[in-house]
Design a binder for this molecule. Structure first.
Ligand code: BG6
Length: 487
């Protein structure tokens, strides 16, 4: 028998990932409107205070932040200022040899309040400039239409994705993007980590639970339902108007293991997994799984379904699956060990794997397991669009020696290769925050992921100059050798 081919395919898309709210900045320039993230203010020592996510605002806090706009610090407004640094940043990723660059478009830069009849031409032009710059270096853009962002006006007027009106408004936006950029952008993702809405109603869905008059999960699954329909109708439009492009759905994939081999723990893990795969089931298979309808009954979850949604979902499934992978976690059936509802990540730690400084379980083997399981389940190409180590870097004399990041990525790339050797079709790999971004959960700068250091601190002080980290040169070698040279 002929020897099986091993290693990364020749056209493998190596690169890095960013998202507008955490990276782009320029919040009050070029006609951009305010977004949900523009009202998230920094909270010093949030983690020590036990806050899970500084962005999960209730309505009262949102109003307070808005009223005190001139007194508070809003880290996402300038973010790491791609808006003014895009040429320099793109030159740096080109130097690393990137084949693909994942970025998102800011909805409020294109439709400042979400309800204009015509898009903001200056906003559209900004992304034309970015895509042209990428193509100058033969870098393929991979565009997320919305990465945890929506115009603040839609938060205030409709309570965000709680309203079915958002479907129509999102379609106006997504269709505009497709019309405008279909010759410059081949790879698209509709929603960043769509399943994250289960734990982030405000940042992922722009709504306040207390204003819905519903129980937590009814509100969550209602908003998700609207996003699934909006996504499927976007897929339809892209397939009809830009058949050369590919569109995917994305989830935060969390590999979960049973706490013990007790059948009850295994069954609880299975349910956790079904919930984690739920969005892929809908967007790749085109239907709500029966198990989830049952789950809705068990949990007293009520959804007002959009008329005709079954056919919309069935006829408009995605071309590829995109996932972020950072960690695995442990699931138990034991009531006492359970996390309160509304969080994807259980507190149960796995004693067999190390943790990052932010308590995320480092588990490269979990990436291979996830890729194999996802591919076995859907048989669709997979794009690993986020992975990486968020941690402190020391900036000394213009240098950053981040061998810990190299170690982390090396181990994950080895497992990625193993999955490919196992037959999983992987389109590409984009590490998160390839140029340092503001952290999504805490609005900090000190949790860094990049190959490029951005000189800014948690309070937004600094030159915003860019510096190569040691991992920059390492990743350059990885890409040049198509994943063969990992040392
Ligand atoms: C992913 C998000 O869940 O995790 C990114 O898509 C985010 O937006 C990343 O930045 C890492 O999270 P954090 O909180 O470390 O920035």
């Amino acid at each position: 028998m002929e020897k099986m081919k091993s290693g990364f395919p020749k056209n493998f898309l190596w690169g890095g990932a960013t998202g507008a709210t955490q990276y782009e900045g320029g919040f009050n320039e070029g006609g951009r409107g305010k977004s949900n993230y523009d009202y998230i203010c920094s909270i010093p020592n949030a983690r020590k205070k036990g806050i899970r996510h500084i962005g999960e605002l209730d309505y009262k806090t949102y109003c307070y932040n808005k009223k005190n706009e001139n007194k508070l610090y809003f880290p996402y407004r300038r973010a790491t200022d791609f808006y003014h640094h895009y040429k320099e940043d793109i030159a740096m990723i080109a130097e690393m040899g990137f084949k693909v660059f994942r970025m998102s478009i800011s909805w409020s830069r294109i439709f400042p309040t979400g309800e204009e009849m015509e898009p903001n031409r200056e906003g559209l032009q900004f992304y034309h400039n970015v895509f042209d710059e990428l193509h100058k270096y033969n870098i393929e853009p991979l565009v997320t239409m919305t990465h945890y962002e929506l115009p603040a006006a839609l938060v205030e007027k409709y309570n965000g994705w709680q309203s079915s009106k958002l479907i129509e408004l999102f379609l106006k936006y997504s269709n505009t993007l497709i019309d405008e950029y279909k010759d410059k952008v081949k790879y698209w993702i509709t929603f960043n980590e769509i399943n994250a809405l289960i734990c982030h109603p405000f940042t992922s869905g722009g709504f306040f639970i207390e204003k819905t008059g519903k129980n937590y999960f009814s509100a969550i699954y209602q908003a998700l339902h609207h996003q699934y329909v909006a996504s499927a109708l976007t897929v339809k439009y892209l397939h009809e108007t830009a058949p050369n492009c590919l569109i995917g759905s994305m989830i935060a994939r969390l590999e979960c293991y049973p706490y013990t081999c007790k059948p009850k723990d295994v069954a609880a893990t299975l349910l956790e997994d079904q919930i984690n795969f739920f969005s892929f089931d809908i967007m790749a298979r085109g239907e709500y799984p029966k198990r989830m309808y049952r789950y809705f009954e068990e949990q007293d979850i009520h959804i007002e379904y959009v008329e005709g949604y079954e056919n919309i979902l069935k006829n408009n499934t995605v071309d590829f699956l995109a996932l972020s992978y950072y960690m695995s976690y442990v699931v138990s059936d034991d009531e006492d060990k359970r996390e309160e509802p509304g969080y994807l990540v259980k507190k149960l730690k796995n004693p067999n794997i190390p943790m990052t400084d932010w308590g995320w379980g480092i588990d490269p083997e979990g990436l291979r397991i996830t890729l194999n399981r996802t591919y076995d389940r859907y048989k669709l190409p997979i794009f690993v669009v986020e992975n990486g180590l968020g941690t402190y870097d020391k900036f000394v004399d213009g240098k950053i020696h981040d061998n810990y990041r190299i170690e982390y990525l090396k181990k994950h790339i080895e497992k990625l290769k193993e999955a490919i050797d196992n037959g999983v079709e992987v389109l590409g790999y984009t590490t998160w925050g390839c140029i340092d971004c503001v952290s999504a959960t805490y609005g900090e700068m000190e949790k860094r992921y990049g190959f490029v250091y951005v000189d800014a601190d948690n309070e937004g002080k600094g030159t915003y100059n860019r510096y190569h980290k040691d991992s920059f040169y390492w990743y350059k070698k990885v890409i040049a050798s198509n994943g063969e040279d990992l040392d």
